[in-house]
Design a protein around this ligand. Structure first.
Ligand code: SF4
Ligand code: SF4
Length: 99
C-alpha cells in the first residue's frame, strides 16, 4: 500500500472536521469555525495547516498523535485517497467520487 509520508494528498483540498470528543487535542490556533460544519482545521494555500513538507515528496503531520478522528479513520487506498492522489500527485481534473 502507499506510504503516506511521501504523499499527503488527502491533507489538501478536503475540509477536515473536528470532533470535540475523547482525547482529541488540536491547538486552537490551527482551527476555525466553519459556518456549516462547525470546528474545522485551518487551511493555508489550500492544505491543512498542520501539514509540513512537500506533497508528493516528503510530508509530516505536525499533530500526528492528536490528529482529528477523521484523519485517523482515513484509509490509504480508499476511493477518497485514490481521488486525492490523482488530483494532487498526478494533476487529474476530477471530482471526488462516492465510495
Ligand atoms: S492520499 Fe492516501 S496515500 Fe496519500 S497521505 Fe492520504 S491516505 Fe496516505
Ligand atoms: S491534521 Fe494532519 S493528517 Fe489531518 S489533514 Fe491535517 S496534516 Fe493531514
Amino acid at each position: 500500500m502507499y506510504d503516506c509520508r511521501t504523499c499527503g494528498a488527502c491533507c489538501k483540498g478536503l475540509l477536515v472536521t473536528l470532533e470535540i470528543v475523547g482525547d482529541e487535542v488540536v491547538p486552537p490556533w490551527m482551527t476555525r469555525d466553519d459556518r456549516f460544519f462547525g470546528p474545522v482545521m485551518r487551511e493555508r494555500n489550500g492544505r491543512c495547516i498542520a501539514l509540513s513538507g512537500e506533497i508528493g515528496k516528503q510530508v509530516r503531520c505536525r499533530i500526528y498523535e492528536n490528529r482529528p478522528q477523521v484523519c485517523k479513520d482515513f484509509a490509504p487506498g480508499c476511493s477518497y485517497c485514490e481521488d486525492a492522489r490523482k488530483r494532487h500527485l498526478f494533476g487529474a481534473q476530477m471530482v471526488p467520487t462516492c465510495p
